[in-house]
Design a protein around this ligand. Structure first.
Ligand SMILES: Nc1ncnc2c1ncn2[C@@H]1O[C@H](COP(=O)(O)OP(=O)(O)OP(=O)(O)O)[C@@H](O)[C@H]1O
Length: 253
């Protein structure tokens, strides 16, 4: 699916947090949002998946006008993995991932073999098959994050929004999670803090500063020392990382 966000603006209280932002994610593109803490990445993503209602702009997923569509219908196409996934009641990992099937079901419809097969495949892709009977609340932060990704994969979305999906993860799982999403070959819009990951995985980047698009383009176009210094108020040099052969970054304050 293709995502077209046009001139979205969002205010929280009296503060303009997202100011007239437009974003385009073409079919199967992996597009990143970067920018310092508090610049408005999460608020923009929440405005796109309608967890916050923007006061201006339109959001189209193919021909679906997201801001005018019910959450259930949106969830049949759009999956979201966000930073905070606390819950107060305990389910097993299997039950949590099965919840991903809910948008595709009628009220009280029971689980079919097809749903169980989809859940099994999502657990396999996220390396969670051995965890399936564990209680969700007993898991570490990183394990919980993988369960949320598995639940989102089981939802079989045609577009995914990731809000700092690798927040709790050690470096190996950071790579595994992003690679796993990349393998789905669907459109993705992801807020990422790790610039090397953004350079490696993203086809296109939007750099956000104070609620506006400060720069956009391919990672090579956006991730220049000048742009990084302006975004994060640091000194920066870029180099070719000898291990990944991608862009590397050296910083100091
Ligand atoms: N519910 C809220 N009430 C008041 N202010 C809010 C609320 N949600 C967000 N903000 C403010 O909006 C600004 C943007 O926050 P947002 O979470 O979108 O930034 P971000 O770029 O995702 O940051 P981070 O990288 O730290 O996650 C921040 O100053 C934040 O304090």
């Amino acid at each position: 699916m293709e995502l077209v966000v046009k001139e979205v603006a969002t205010r929280i209280g009296k503060k303009d947090i997202v100011k007239n932002i437009s974003v385009h994610v073409k079919k199967r593109q992996f597009v990143g949002l970067i920018g310092p803490n508090g610049c408005g990445k999460s608020t923009l993503l929440k405005s796109i998946y309608k967890s916050i209602m923007p006061h201006q702009g339109t959001v189209l997923l193919d021909d679906m006008n997201v801001l005018k569509t019910t959450q259930k219908k949106i969830s049949q196409h759009l999956g979201v993995v966000s930073q905070f996934n606390e819950m107060n009641f305990d389910l097993t990992v299997h039950q949590m991932v099965l919840l991903g099937r809910t948008p595709h079901k009628k009220l009280l419809e029971s689980d079919k073999q097809e749903d169980l097969d989809i859940v099994e495949e999502a657990l396999r892709r996220t390396n969670l098959l051995d965890y399936k009977d564990r209680g969700y609340l007993s898991l570490s932060g990183g394990e919980k994050q993988r369960v949320i990704l598995a639940r989102t994969i089981a939802q079989q979305p045609r577009f995914m929004i990731l809000d700092e999906p690798t927040n709790h993860l050690d470096i190996r799982y950071q790579i595994e999670i992003i690679s796993c999403v990349k393998e789905l070959q669907i459109g993705v819009l992801a807020a990422l803090h790790d610039l090397e990951m953004a350079a490696h995985y993203c086809d296109y980047l939007y750099a956000i500063k104070e609620g506006e698009v400060y720069a956009q383009g391919t990672p090579e176009e956006v991730l220049t020392p000048e742009t990084i210094e302006a975004l994060y108020q640091i000194k920066c040099q870029t180099y070719i990382n000898p291990v990944t052969h991608g862009l590397g970054f050296a910083y100091t304050i």
